[in-house]
Design a protein around this ligand. Structure first.
Ligand code: SF4
Ligand code: SF4
Length: 282
């Protein structure tokens, strides 16, 4: 079972929920930190990161001696990342998606490829036995999706029964990529107008992808009832509520997970997992 923990905006407690869910889910758990621009789940789960692999995309390299400037490569590129101007070839690496179409279509075999390293994958075991992996994007890289694809495909260190993906914040392409192939999306929000606005955006993505979703209301008690009313009207189940408590914020600031700071929440997170399993099985 693959569960994505997502939220429409940063700072709602997504990683807090994802890490605690992982810690109560048993031993055969794989945890993927998909927030490749700013991964931070390792701060709470403390894995020993022993394996590392560079990832990126294959950029075209044109051999000018072979090129006849026929323009087929430019025509096939739907991202406008390659252009032929007279007798000059131009490649725009920041637009290239590494799809390889230009290499395949070139009649002169004038295009080869080189790996453009965009980031790294890192993996290892946590002290509690979780199989942990994260993607880390190089500073200034424009595209997170190739790293996410590689992270999702990275072979697990051992077989798993549950995979928990900590999604990037927001509602853009990296979130969509994180959700692809998942069985359930747990949406973490807070009961405020901003929380509701961002929640609606990610719910839109889950509907487009046809994925079942449920909501966890974090910092329950602040704000208003608009999230509750919206979920009731839209038929989206609220699976758990976590109240606003100072001790949670203090624990998280000191690098502790919620279930370590408040062991009574182990049972509540296990119940959350059972609710998710039942919805996936239905
Ligand atoms: S398809 Fe090949 S030969 Fe034609 S312009 Fe591109 S690189 Fe040159
Ligand atoms: S690899 Fe794909 S995206 Fe990149 S230049 Fe070639 S056709 Fe365009």
């Amino acid at each position: 079972m693959r569960i994505v923990v997502a939220s429409g905006k940063g700072g709602t407690g997504k990683t807090t929920v994802a890490t605690s869910l992982a810690l109560v889910a048993g031993e055969a758990v794989r945890f993927l930190d998909c927030d490749v621009e700013a991964p931070n789940a390792a701060l709470f789960l403390n894995p020993a990161l022993e394996t590392r692999q560079e990832v990126g995309i294959q950029l075209p390299v044109v051999d000018e001696a072979l090129c006849t400037h026929c323009g087929r490569c430019a025509k096939v590129c739907e991202f406008h990342a390659i252009a032929v101007i007279g007798k000059k070839m131009l490649i725009f690496p920041e637009l290239c998606h590494g799809c390889g179409s230009c290499t395949l279509i070139c009649p002169e075999k004038a295009i080869s490829e080189r790996l453009d390293v965009m980031g790294v994958l890192e993996g290892g075991k946590t002290p509690t036995g979780l199989d942990f992996a994260q993607g880390v994007m190089n500073v200034g890289e424009p595209m997170a999706v190739p790293i996410l694809r590689a992270l999702k495909k990275w072979p697990p260190a051992r077989p798993f029964t549950i995979e928990i993906r900590d999604a990037p914040p927001g509602a853009s392409c990296p979130v969509v990529e994180t959700m692809r192939g998942a069985d359930f999306i747990l949406l973490v929000t807070e009961p405020t107008p901003f929380g509701l606005h961002d929640l609606k955006q990610v719910i839109g993505i889950t509907r487009e992808l046809g994925l079942p979703a449920g909501v966890l209301v974090n910092r329950n008690g602040i704000g208003d009832n608009a999230v509750e009313s919206y979920c009731a009207e839209a038929g989206i189940p609220i699976l758990m509520r976590i109240p606003m408590e100072r001790r949670f914020a203090e624990a998280i600031a000191s690098g502790k997970t919620l279930v370590e700071a408040a062991p009574e929440y182990r049972l509540l997170f296990r119940e959350l997992l059972e609710k998710i399993s039942a919805r996936v099985a239905a």
